[in-house]
Design a protein around this ligand. Structure first.
Ligand SMILES: [Zn+2]
Length: 68
C-alpha cells in the first residue's frame, strides 16, 4: 500500500477557515497563511484533533508498530 501524502486539515480560528493540504506542504501552508494574513502570528495550525493521529502516522513510519 503506497504511503501517499495524507491530507492534513489546517484550521485558522481567526479566519474561521479549514484547508486541507498534503502533509509535506503543511509547514509551508501554515507559514504562508500566517505571514500573509496575520503578519507572522501563529494563528493557523494543524487541526488539534489530528495531532494525535499524526503522531501515530509518524510512529508507524518509523516502524514502532511493525508486526508481521
Ligand atoms: Zn487566518
Amino acid at each position: 500500500m503506497p504511503t501517499e501524502d495524507p491530507a492534513v486539515p489546517i484550521v485558522c480560528t481567526e479566519c474561521e477557515t479549514e484547508t486541507r493540504v498534503p502533509l509535506s506542504e503543511v509547514a509551508d501552508a501554515l507559514s504562508r497563511h500566517n505571514e500573509g494574513t496575520h503578519g507572522g502570528e501563529e494563528v493557523a495550525e494543524v487541526d488539534p484533533g489530528l495531532k494525535d493521529q499524526l503522531a501515530d502516522l509518524v510512529a508507524e513510519d518509523i516502524g514502532l508498530f511493525e508486526e508481521d
